[in-house]
Design a protein around this ligand. Sequence first.
Ligand SMILES: *[C@@H]1O[C@H](CO)[C@@H](O)[C@H](O)[C@H]1NC(C)=O
Ligand SMILES: *[C@@H]1O[C@H](CO)[C@@H](O)[C@H](O)[C@H]1NC(C)=O
Ligand SMILES: *[C@@H]1O[C@H](CO)[C@@H](O)[C@H](O)[C@H]1NC(C)=O
Ligand SMILES: *[C@@H]1O[C@H](CO)[C@@H](O)[C@H](O)[C@H]1NC(C)=O
Length: 695
Amino acid sequence: MKFSLLALALSCPTLHAQNSGADDDIAALVADMTTAEKYSILNGVGFATKIQLSGYYVGNEPAVERLNIPSIKMQDAAQGFRTTDERMVGEVTAWPCSLAAAGAWDVALMEDWGHALGKEHRTKGANVILGPSVNVHRVAKGGRNAEYLSGESPKLGEEMVRSYVRGVQEEGVMAVVKHFALNNQENNRNTVDSHADERTMQEVYFLPFKAAVDEGVASFMCSYNLVNGTHSCGNEDLLQRDLKDRMGFEGFVMSDWWAVHDAGYQNAGLDMDMPGDDGYFSSDNLDASDEGRIDDMATRVLTQMKKVGLLGIGDSPAKFPNLCDIPNDCDDLYFNATATSPSHSSLALSIATQSVALLKNSDSVLPITGPKTIAVVGSACDAGNNISAMLKVWDLGNYYVMGGSGRVIAADPVSIVRGLKEGAGDSITIIESTTDNLDEALTAMEGADVVVTCGATTSTEGHDRDSLLVDQDDFITSLVEASTIPSVVLLNTPGATVTSNFSGKATAVLNMFLGGQVTGTAWSNIIYGVESPSGKLPVTFLKSEDDAVEPCSENPCVYDEKLEVGWRGLIEKDVDFCFGHGLSYTEFDYDIKSNDGLKFELSVENTGKTAGREVVQLYVTYPEAEDAPPVDLKGFKKTGLLQPGQSELVQFNIDSDDLRSWSVSVGDFVTVPGDFKIEFASSSRDARATATVTI
Ligand SMILES: *[C@@H]1O[C@H](CO)[C@@H](O)[C@H](O)[C@H]1NC(C)=O
Ligand SMILES: *[C@@H]1O[C@H](CO)[C@@H](O)[C@H](O)[C@H]1NC(C)=O
Ligand SMILES: *[C@@H]1O[C@H](CO)[C@@H](O)[C@H](O)[C@H]1NC(C)=O
Ligand SMILES: *[C@@H]1O[C@H](CO)[C@@H](O)[C@H](O)[C@H]1NC(C)=O
């Protein structure tokens, strides 16, 4: 009773009208806190190699023991539980990168992944995952594109972020959507000043973030870059107006690591300074004169902790009991707990397998069934995994995992050649030559029926890729030109890739974004036809690097392509493999069965000879008008596994909000009247059924 009375007293308006979603319990709790206790949950404890090694997490806020508030323990993210120490390698799953997971286009699979990520973090004692990363790819060379699960499409991002956040948070772990906003390149990431017009922000870059808000994401991370001349973390238009007021975000905003440059950021909408050693949100610097704002900041943090089940209130215990507190008792979990499991490895395998996009398959060279002799040639087929080298250099990636904070070092990743050997069975013979020496390769190919060669490259946080070619481009190009037997090219990449030097001559080309520990096993599933490929490209494979938007090297960095981001700016261009493209070992027929307003029912039939899954994509062309947005992806559905002759009824219920457009004068999305062309398609350039809806 005492608590609810206090809460009543506190629900009086404070200086700021806030929207933290606070309930009476949290209001009472905040009222009980001393100023120092409030400050302690708004400022990280700092970051130093020494602190991390003694068992702190990547980010930490101390517990308030007196009030039973557990410590907040944060760890990255993009490929699983970040391996900051040698002892963790092998204890956690080295998952495929987030872009691979998105490239499977399967919302249920993404949600399963969210649950698994949440469980691994929790097993390791963490209660915050510093993901998902959702920025829509603007710059094809973007160093963190492998983390950014939207690919080139806000709609893909919206669907994926919802599943991810739901899965993670149902496990008692707070998700942090990042990096808000316009963090579209890694070169000069602390100084680049991104300028996009309001409509472009609203219709492209904000959408996956807004979906996270709608899903109830606990936290936002503001980015390193500037937006319109002001650093994101101190940008009131961005954090207070766009995020909190317009999108209605009730959770807390934390800074990216060392992205705070002034204590005054607390008045721009920033709630938490991370990792905290810059001291801007320390008791010396936070401005307590606006007590309402300090209470709002604390309330936002505690409300989200309660919502995911981390806080016990009154007599009811926390749904997810606290497993340890920094600084004294997390070491055993952090360094010793085994968080991976056989079921997580097999989920990783499903994700990696389903993420493979079959880009070309002439003469149905794939799948390879015996009896056959396969020459496996090229160094990337036997990619190394130098653990000690990676432990020394935080941003070193390889062909399994990207570098940077999202990196999870795999203990013993399955190379492509190992996977192909393990999956070969009795009737397949493998001859290997795992160097990039053409003569050795040609020798290995004598007597072989087919040659499999591998191309790969990696990327890292902190700088963008120098090139969109795979590192073995020359070797592969010479090989496919010299080959007299069918050639299959397998690619492991961190994003958009230019394959045009070899893709014309190669018999088959396939792409898997960095696949983590199960890489070779997933390839084996695809190459031998254990599964039919069902991934689709979430990015464009360009004909030439010249077609890509380069990272800005000077300010301001003006997004003058506006809405024509990624594939939407390339519609008139010849590309190697378009957005949404991905073949199967079977064929599908589409047939619109019914249409009622914005509701469609579509029959998808497997008309080929093997089982497979299809990703049906829904593209919308707006009514013709001077300022009409370009065609866009507005929905997709992945079918279940369809046997030959089997069909599935796929429902699409187009959200009328998706057919609106941002009006700068109204300051909101507005209805666009007219006829919309609806295309159900197997890729952005392969429509199979069309309809019209009128708004
Ligand atoms: C950025 O500038 C544009 C154009 O002046 C303006 O419409 C938009 O509101 C600004 N956004 C932010 C977050 O500053
Ligand atoms: C980890 O486990 C080992 C072996 O059981 C034990 O000796 C060690 O103290 C544990 N480490 C921590 C940090 O608890
Ligand atoms: C791994 O990297 C280290 C440098 O950190 C190097 O000395 C060592 O030779 C490398 N090992 C292999 C197998 O390449
Ligand atoms: C491969 O492509 C790149 C970029 O388009 C080009 O600069 C290079 O000359 C090509 N190499 C060959 C062997 O054609």
